[in-house]
Design a protein around this ligand. Sequence first.
Ligand code: AMP
Length: 193
Amino acid sequence: MKSIAIFCGSNDGALSAYREHAIALGHELANRGITLIYGGASVGLMGAVADAVLEKGGNVIGILPHFLQTREIAHKHLTELIVVDSMHERKAKMAEMSDGFIVLPGGPGTMEEYFEIFTWAQLGLHEKPCGLMNIEHYYDPLVALFDQMANQRFMQQKYREMVIVDTTPEGILDQFAHYKHPSVKTYLTEDRT
Ligand code: AMP
């Protein structure tokens, strides 16, 4: 993998562990020579992961819509900052430039980005892995909801298996290395594998 997009909070969250793990993830990406693609902000976990990659001499590409340049406070020291016109353009570019996606704890914006990329994978629009970094059990309720979706047959089991969850950067990246994309989504009822 050459580049990975990170989706995460523009806030730090309540526990110091969130920031500590964001930093560990940034260091791991830099050590493996993987370019970080992210939202371009200097604040919250977004800023923490970018700073950690840069600190270890890694490459960081930020993609920020111009209307957020002051609100999310654009990071001033990135390898490259790409300024785009809209949120749609930002997400499309992040998706196109990355070989996989890692989700750290975050709020509604993070969830929106995760679900869009996850559902694009279900639709076969890309075949890249998406992993949740489950720091301090933050994503336990979301994992339980995925189980509920599969148990109640709103999600096929093969897509439930696309949900990669781990507590460490190494664990997620190792799962990415073995990732096999399922066959493309069909709405035919007999395909329940
Ligand atoms: P949050 O998780 O809410 O702190 O947001 C994290 C990132 O998601 C920030 O860079 C936001 O700009 C971005 N974001 C917020 N709302 C949306 C949205 N509707 N679509 C895409 N990205 C969003």
